[in-house]
Design a protein around this ligand. Structure first.
Ligand code: SF4
Length: 206
């Protein structure tokens, strides 16, 4: 007799929590965050370095991930990392959307896009180049400003995204005092950009 093998996908889960989206276009909205382990982008200022080694994070069935979200009133799930596009996210996003949970991703854009998304936030990094194929699908381009050269870096990527893509400049947390005044001036001169602040750090939520 023929057997049908069904593979249930697992993904390395670093942490998951229900909170307020602190950044970008959806700032201020309740959102369930699923942070996947694994990243080889290597940002020097990364504030989640413990995410880098995927082996350190338990492989978790996607059904369990969806149940975490379903157990809350969350209407949207943010899949982040690490770099979530290290994995194929077709099954996870299909499952979440089948439960009427909107799917948002935060990615560096360094890997091919998989999954079906209601919102794609691409945050390119200097340490591993961002794919144009991902950038053109972005709903939101969020560039972290660590030093002055990041303004040119931001414009370079803004030249690739679609006309409707929202553009954000966000100060890197440790450089905020230094870079925020420069970002304010930049946005005043280039009003197609907006400022994104890490609201969650101000209101003390994860
Ligand atoms: S892409 Fe994100 S998780 Fe990866 S090193 Fe950079 S900031 Fe850290």
């Amino acid at each position: 007799m023929e057997t049908v093998e069904t593979t249930i996908q697992t993904l390395p889960l670093m942490e998951h929590f229900y909170t307020i989206q602190g950044e970008g276009f959806h700032q201020g909205k309740a959102a369930y965050f699923i942070r996947l382990g694994g990243c080889d982008v290597g940002c020097v200022w990364c504030d989640v370095k413990e995410s880098w080694d995927a082996e350190k994070h338990p492989k978790t069935k996607i059904g369990k991930l969806a149940r975490f979200v379903e157990d809350t009133p969350a209407q949207l799930a943010v899949i982040t990392g690490g770099e979530p596009l290290l994995y194929n996210l077709d099954q996870l996003t299909a499952l979440l959307q089948s439960k009427n949970i909107a799917t948002h991703i935060e990615t560096s854009g360094a890997y091919d896009l998989s999954g079906k998304w209601d919102w794609i936030c691409v945050s390119p990094k200097k340490f591993k180049s961002c794919k144009s194929e991902v950038l053109v699908k972005a709903d939101e381009l969020k560039v972290i400003v660590y030093n002055k050269s990041d303004f040119d870096f931001a414009e370079m990527h803004a030249g690739i995204v679609s006309d409707t893509c929202k553009l954000y400049l966000q100060p890197e947390w440790s450089q905020e005092k230094k870079m925020l005044p420069l970002i304010v001036e930049y946005v005043k001169q280039h009003p197609q950009w907006e400022i994104s602040l890490q609201l969650h750090k101000y209101i003390n939520v994860p």
